[in-house]
Design a binder for this molecule. Sequence first.
Ligand code: ATP
Ligand code: MG
Length: 173
Amino acid sequence: MSQGLLIVNTGNGKGKTTAALGQAFRAIGHGFRVCFLQFLKGSWKYGELEAAKRFEDLMEIRALGKGFTWKSEDLNEDIQSARDAWDLAKQVIASGKFKMVVLDELTYLITYGMVPEEDILNTLRNRPPELHVVVTGRDASPGLIELADLVTEMNEIKHPFRNGIKAQRGIEF
Ligand code: ATP
Ligand code: MG
């Protein structure tokens, strides 16, 4: 029996989502089924989407509903789509179909109060015992950090954006 870990990649530095992809990549190498769920609208990048098609048998990726944006025009609509996305994530977690579930940019659901933190923490706490869950996003809440087994904070020391270097293919998307 393996022990499912709750892994959190947080902080302001680059590498949270890409580290989660690396973790998923390692898992599928063992033939483990992985579900990668993306919560923030537009956060799913073309590069990983295309790459994941090559591992379709093991890696399921889903951009959940409309997701939500930073600059919302209709907050209620965003809250509803965040809740629908979370309901789907709960089903995926409970399904028992996967060895690893990645909840990419999940922290924002808590930060913006779109889904009650307790609902999220209870779901993670009561997940199948062998299921590894990877959560990414800035500003992981104290409750999430407390519950997690492994927390890594990406700390920005330098980022090319500061020197005016724009997002590049294969690096940012
Ligand atoms: P990545 O997807 O490259 O692993 P991330 O998941 O850590 O990055 P997010 O907070 O999800 O970063 O931000 C999404 C986008 O912002 C990415 O394209 C990423 O390259 C970029 N980004 C991340 N950190 C920084 C930073 N410190 N300064 C500027 N842009 C950043
Ligand atoms: Mg990210």
